[in-house]
Design a protein around this ligand. Structure first.
Ligand SMILES: [Zn+2]
Length: 315
């Protein structure tokens, strides 16, 4: 039957949480997508997962491309690349981010830390804010870990308190950073794009009650299908690691009508994969093509062998 390797990107251009030198993201993503088209077979995510489920064969080195969160550069930068290279991608969207009724808490926190004017912040202990913004990454990681342990309501309160305490300069600018519903409609209408759900409000599902998880996932799917006019059969659990979703999340996803649930983790998905525990490798455009080496190496060997076999004997 074969195996399916799923990759997960987020932003293309640098953001507060994912800084990079200007221009690197676009160049990096293009190199990565080109490497995939050369060395692997990109299939639409749900086609690949349906084939695994039904025991139908997949092409060798089958991979699927996904993006989470709905960063606006998925439309402005990734989509033209997908089109040019003939690559299909599934984009996992968050309805309340599209509606601007919830904040992308990780980016707001990134802004508050990197633009902080306060010399220290009290949050589960007293943290110094390094004078050099370039030295503030460990502080951001500590604060992100702390707010990820909270449920949605407590996290919103913590975020308000942290923004006040850190006293950042300017504005987080997150509205320009993320797609709105018009952008989402343009993505959904494109033949190279599939749409999935990334929850209603980008909550960490495992921290919510089973009822709240079900309500969130069912509402997200219904709103995306109604407003975008496309089927939504997959959910990518926000944050996606082992702590971010649970058995209750899987039950909620199934009850809400999702055929597939995706987490993160460096595994290839084989024939017996649980449809609501599909693993994805998290990629960033700056990471080069090294994440693909496990795919590329066997291919290179096979190509070299074939070339040797074709070479006329000089005997
Ligand atoms: Zn996310």
């Amino acid at each position: 039957v074969g195996r399916l390797t799923v990759f997960c990107w987020h932003n293309v251009h640098p953001t507060w949480c994912f800084p990079a030198p200007p221009g690197r993201g676009r160049v990096g993503l293009e190199a990565q997508l080109r490497a995939l088209t050369r060395w692997a077979h990109v299939v639409p995510l749900e086609e690949g997962l349906d084939a695994l489920r039904d025991g139908r064969p997949l092409p060798s080195r089958a991979v699927a491309v996904t993006f989470d969160d709905g960063y606006r550069d998925n439309l402005t930068d990734a989509l033209p690349l997908l089109e040019r290279l003939g690559v299909h991608a599934t984009i996992f969207l968050v309805p309340d981010l599209l509606s601007r009724t919830v904040r992308p808490w990780w980016e707001v926190l990134g802004w508050a830390v990197f633009r902080a004017r306060a010399p220290r912040v009290e949050f589960g202990g007293l943290h110094e804010v390094p004078a050099d913004p370039g030295a503030r990454r460990p502080l951001l990681e500590r604060l992100l870990t702390a707010v990820k342990a909270l449920d949605a309501r407590a996290r919103e309160e913590a975020l308000d308190a942290l923004v006040v305490a850190l006293a950042p300069e300017g504005d987080a600018g997150t509205e320009a950073m993320f797609c709105d519903w018009d952008d989402a409609a343009r993505l959904a209408a494109h033949p190279r794009v599939g749409i999935g759900s990334h929850s209603l409000r980008h909550v960490i599902l495992a921290n919510e009650t089973p009822e709240a998880q079900h309500r969130d996932l069912a509402t997200s799917r219904r709103i995306l299908e109604e407003r975008l006019g496309v089927p939504v059969r997959s959910v990518a659990y926000p944050v996606g690691d082992e702590a971010a979703y649970s058995g209750r999340t899987v039950e909620a996803a199934r009850a809400a009508g999702y055929a597939y649930g995706l987490s993160t983790g460096q595994r290839r998905n084989g024939a017996g994969v649980h449809p609501h525990h599909v693993a994805r490798w998290v990629m960033s455009p700056e990471r080069g093509t090294s994440g693909f080496l496990t795919l590329v190496r066997p291919a290179e060997r096979a190509v070299r062998k074939r070339l040797r076999a074709l070479r006329p004997s000089r005997g």
